[in-house]
Design a binder for this molecule. Structure first.
Ligand SMILES: [Zn+2]
Length: 180
């Protein structure tokens, strides 16, 4: 089965546009789901390394394509998407700090939002299935990164306040010295 190259929704070849995201479909451009995920990862790297774009624009662009990812209905594709989302969220979530939080938080929030959507869909399927149960555990475990995100934001504020105080002290000293 081929999927939309933009969002991963299934395509049966009878439409000119993706029914899910509206992306124009050309017959040469369709992938199977594994290839789609690989291409999606590559596309994220290309967007992230775009020169001349602000961190904010890159972050917004990445968060937007993550949010538009289609959630498949069949188990095989859901499990593939789960590993992709879990891996991506872990990579950002475990490295988030006050240094990168302002350029990464929207992307992490987009991944966490997607993980909730997938987990919700999986929970409607057979919970007795050990693969599904494991995927749900992995996805729900990502919630711990929200805590990292909050810590990173408060770390950034503390850092900025500390820098502000150092600057104030420096200005005070310069003023004091220049009077002597
Ligand atoms: Zn689409």
């Amino acid at each position: 089965m081929s999927v939309c190259p933009k969002c991963g929704a299934p395509e049966d070849g009878s439409h000119l546009k993706c029914e899910f995201c509206g992306n124009p479909i050309s017959t040469e451009n369709t992938f199977n789901y594994e290839t789609f995920l690989k291409q999606f990862g590559d596309k994220m790297i290309i967007i992230a390394s775009k020169k001349g774009e602000s961190d904010e624009d890159i972050q917004t662009a990445l968060a937007s394509i993550i949010t538009q990812l289609y959630i498949p209905s069949d188990k095989k594709h859901l499990l593939l998407l789960t590993s992709f989302v879990v891996g991506s969220a872990q990579t950002i979530g475990s490295s988030i700090s006050y240094m990168n939080v302002s350029s990464q938080s929207k992307i992490l929030i987009a991944w966490l939002g997607k993980s909730i959507e997938i987990s919700t869909k999986l929970k409607l399927m057979s919970r007795g299935d050990p693969q599904i149960a494991q995927a749900v555990t992995l996805l729900d475990g990502l919630e711990k990164y929200r805590e990292n995100l909050q810590k990173a934001w408060s770390g950034l504020w503390k850092f900025l306040i500390a820098m502000g105080m150092i600057l104030a002290v420096c200005l005070f000293i310069i003023k004091f010295v220049s009077k002597i």
